[in-house]
Design a protein around this ligand. Structure first.
Ligand SMILES: Nc1nc2c(ncn2[C@@H]2O[C@H](COP(=O)(O)O[C@H]3[C@@H](O)[C@H](n4cnc5c(=O)[nH]c(N)nc54)O[C@@H]3COP(=O)(O)O)[C@@H](O)[C@H]2O)c(=O)[nH]1
Length: 840
């Protein structure tokens, strides 16, 4: 039945008070006749705006098209007085947004005209809630399906109502669906366990509490699987109706269980190990300040019961008092720094004995990394410690020995390369420096200069004033030389009075000349040693690299040759090396080797110069004088080779030969009944200084049965006066044999009258140089007369040598010198000539 409304205004007014959106449209035209305030709000349009507009303006084209699909049926129903309810549609608002609505419509007749009265209820919130609900359900399903935790939903007792994929995987089923409907008993290992589980874990869920258990279930294939189970009743009332459902959350903990078992067995093994190995393992809880574990062998190793390990102090009391505070402080300090650490300290055992231990400490930490406990392992290292202490002490000893050796070796090295007296580089080091200088000069294409310096007459000074003074002169010499040289120059002492200098970085040769000159000058200053004033000079030979040579040995040899040249030139000067010097030096070397050869080849012969009584003209003796009958050079006089022989020990060999030969000859002449008189032999100073000379002399005399009174030894005045103290003693020993002694070349050697008096002399031999100018040089005349007077006053015989003229003879005889040697009477004769003379 269609409702009829007679008062349109009243009706519209009434509709305006209804709190639901109502729109009235003409059934005939479809134009809107009225819209109440709720309709205005729904469409966000004023009633004025809506009225007169077609009702299709209320919806979008989509919904109008949808409406048209059911239009004829809907209209027919409405025409027949039925209502249309719960029709879903959407209100198209003025802002273009569509709001879901539910429409209820009836047909009314207003003032005779039929109209459709539509009630519009917004279902936006409901729709939204529905969508959200649907979405949540979908999400839950997705979580359920995809969860990595197995979920089982039991319902209607202990039957599986729903399961997820993960559960099927854990229990070995193909799909969750395969599990649906199975009894839980099927999953338990046995019926008994199923019952037990029901009692202890299923039924208690009715208290509405959760249940958690790690439990073993059986898989579909019969294998066992460890799972963790958490259950909760679905019904939240108390007691809960379990038939409504129970949810079990299940996780596969097989791996964890396997690990747990492994850990348990490992722990067991570790515990066994800790208890059985030879050390004490311990654990200390830092928060509670107490030992929570100490292995049993603490008792065996230290004697303390497990119970005695209580807090930190209990441990400290077990430490040696000297180590106690320091060790504990170190341990705490390292712990605070969060560092594992090692400690070595001494522990006092229960029986009072002390052992050294190594304590290996590591830190246990909480989740934040803060140290909460200490784990330690104490090992007895007494033996090792003692061994180490011994090794350390041995090592220290070794180190000091090595140090000593190093010092000694450095000292030896220094000694090997330096001269002991002056501390200057020696020959070895000097050669080394020259080699370096050569390399440098080669690289830089530069020159350097060598000096060979020899002190003039040093030997005489050394012999006469003694070695101590000689040493001081050498020291002073090295100082003077150093002061004239630059720091980069090398001054060396090769031995004796020989010094060498290496001058590098010489810009011009005149610089070397300048330095040589300065050295010469510095030596001219007197040496004041022990209150004595000694005058010396030096001779310098100079060679230049590479002008004179490129080998160190050559350069030194050439400087040496040049030094000889400086000596030959009167000493106290310097000479640069020239090639000719090498030739001279070569000659000297050749001569020396030839002398040796001559001794072997018996090339020497003796001449005898007779000595006469100038008044009676009788032979009173003869001087043996050596000659060298060189196979190719003929007769060589002694002046050519004796000085060289005197520089070496060759003179001893020569004079021994002379002594032997002359004694044999004189003895032969005596044996022949001839009167050769006294044999004069020249005694070289080297011979006199020789320790074996006295024995050699006696031996020679014994060999040839030569009587001491037949022999006179001539020593040079200048030689004996160099070291008179020593020589006095030696001459005394010779004299005691009954051998006469003559002072040769007297007048030239600056004799000290004191020593002259002390020497056991028999004769003075006036030097030929004074005889030569007798009657021509008044001074010489005076000297000769003074010598004769001196000899007489000292009750010594006197003999003059080099007497060549009648005048010289007369002068000597007139002045009391009877004994004469000289060409006036006879030149030196060979043995045959002498024998002939003796026979005459
Ligand atoms: N250690 C040794 N020295 C020796 C030996 N033989 C000789 N000499 C020493 O050699 C120097 C030179 O000797 P020599 O050439 O034999 O000359 C001697 C005489 O020949 C020479 N003499 C003698 N009388 C005269 C003379 O009237 N005029 C003159 N011009 N010369 C003369 O004097 C030399 C002897 O001198 P001296 O020995 O000082 O008496 C010489 O120093 C020898 O000593 C030897 O075997 N061993």
């Amino acid at each position: 039945m269609i409702v009829k409304v007679n008062n349109k205004e009243e009706y519209f007014k009434y509709l305006n008070s209804i709190p639901v959106a109502i729109v009235i449209a003409s059934a005939k035209t479809g134009l809107i006749l009225h819209a109440n305030p709720k309709a205005e709000a729904l469409w966000m349009r004023s009633a004025d705006d809506l009225v007169g507009k077609p009702q299709t303006t209320l919806h979008s084209d989509y919904w109008n098209a949808k409406g048209r699909e059911t239009f004829s049926t809907d209209i027919a129903a409405l025409e027949s007085g039925q209502s249309i309810t719960h029709v879903k549609n959407a209100a198209l608002r003025s802002d273009g947004k569509e709001v879901p609505i539910e429409i209820t419509a009836i047909m009314v007749e207003i003032d005779g005209e039929r109209a459709l009265v539509g009630t519009f209820i917004s279902i936006e919130a409901r729709e939204k809630a529905y969508v959200e609900l649907h979405e949540r359900e979908r999400e839950l399903n997705s979580i359920f399906e995809n969860s990595q935790i197995g979920i089982m939903y039991l319902k209607g007792g202990r039957y599986l109502y729903k399961a997820n994929q993960r559960l099927a995987d854990i229990l070995g089923y193909d799909s969750p669906e395969e599990m649906e409907g199975i009894s839980m008993e099927q999953l338990h290992l046995s019926h008994e366990r199923f019952v037990w589980f029901g009692e202890h874990h299923y039924k208690p869920l009715s208290n509405n509490e959760s249940s958690h258990i790690n439990y073993e279930l059986r898989k579909k294939n019969g294998e066992r699987v460890w799972i963790s189970l958490s259950g909760k009743a679905v019904d939240s009332s108390k007691p809960a109706d379990l038939d409504k459902g129970v949810i079990w959350i299940i996780d596969d903990i097989s791996d964890y269980k396997a690990l747990e078992e492994k850990l348990v067995s490992q722990n067991k093994r570790l515990e066994n190990l800790l208890e059985n190995i030879n050390g004490i393992s311990w654990e200390f809880d830092l928060r509670e300040n107490r030992f929570v574990y100490v292995s049993q062998n603490a008792k065996h190793i230290l004697g303390y019961e497990r119970e005695e390990w209580t807090d930190l102090d209990s441990w400290k009391m077990m430490l040696h008092p000297e180590d106690r505070e320091e060790t504990a402080a170190y341990c705490m300090n390292e712990t605070q720094k969060g560092k594992d650490h090692l400690m070595e300290y001494r522990m006092v055992k229960k029986d009072g004995s002390v052992i050294w231990v190594l304590d290996i400490v590591s830190l246990g930490r909480d989740k934040e990394g803060n140290p909460i406990s200490l784990f330690g392992f104490i090992i007895d290292i007494t033996q090792q410690k003692n061994d180490r202490l011994k090794i350390e002490s041995d090592h220290e000893h070794l180190k000091s020995t090595l140090k000593e050796l190093e010092v000694k070796s450095a000292l030896l090295d220094f000694q090997a390369h330096h001269d002991a007296l002056t501390g200057l580089p020696n020959r070895t080091l000097y050669y080394d420096r020259i080699e370096q200088a050569i390399q440098k000069a080669k690289r830089n294409n530069s020159k350097f200069v060598l000096f060979f310096i020899d002190l003039d007459h040093f030997k005489e000074v050394n012999d006469s004033l003694g070695h101590d003074i000689g040493d001081q002169i050498l020291l002073e010499s090295s100082k003077r030389l150093s002061s004239e040289l630059r720091a980069e120059d090398t001054l060396a002492r090769l031995g004796g009075d020989e010094f060498t200098v290496l001058l590098e970085n010489i810009e011009k040769i005149s610089d070397a000349t300048h330095i040589a000159q300065k050295i010469i000058e510095t030596f001219r200053k007197p040496f004041i040693i022990e209150g004595r004033t000694i005058y010396l000079s030096c001779s310098i030979g100079i060679s230049i690299y590479p002008d004179d040579g490129t080998l160190s040995s050559d350069l030194l040899k050439y400087a040496d040759n040049a030094m000889y040249k400086a000596k030959d030139e009167g000493r106290d000067n310097f000479q640069f090396y020239t090639k000719e010097m090498t030739e001279l030096a070569f000659e000297r070397v050749v001569l020396e080797s030839n002398i040796r050869q001559a001794l072997i080849n018996d090339e020497f012969t003796l001449y005898y110069q007779p000595q006469f009584n100038g008044s009676t003209k009788e032979i009173i003796g003869m001087e043996a004088l050596i000659r060298w009958e060189h196979p190719s050079l003929g007769l060589i006089p002694p002046s050519k080779f004796i000085p060289l022989a005197e520089e070496s020990s060759l003179i001893i060999e020569i004079d021994n030969w002379v002594m032997k030969t002359a004694m044999k000859q004189i003895k032969e002449w005596y044996d022949k009944g001839l009167s050769p008189g006294v044999l004069s032999l020249n005694l070289a100073i080297k011979q006199l200084e020789s320790a074996v000379f006295l024995d050699t002399l006696k031996k020679r005399m014994d060999e040839s049965s030569f009587l001491p009174e037949w022999l006179k030894l001539e020593v040079l005045e200048r030689d004996v006066m160099r070291n008179p103290q020593d020589n006095v003693e030696k001459l005394n020993l010779i004299h005691k044999l009954g051998v006469e002694l003559a002072l040769d070349d007297f007048g030239t050697g600056q004799s000290s009258l004191t020593y002259l008096k002390r020497f056991p002399l028999d004769e003075l031999k006036i030097d030929r140089s004074f005889i030569k100018d007798i009657n021509q040089d008044a001074e010489d005349d005076a000297i000769v007369m003074a010598i004769i007077a001196l000899a007489k006053s000292m009750k010594l015989n006197i003999i003059a040598e080099g007497v060549e003229t009648e005048e010289q003879l007369s002068f000597l005889l007139d002045n009391g010198c009877q004994n004469i040697q000289g060409y006036y009477f006879s030149k030196p004769l060979n043995a045959i000539a002498m024998e002939k003379l003796l026979k005459e």
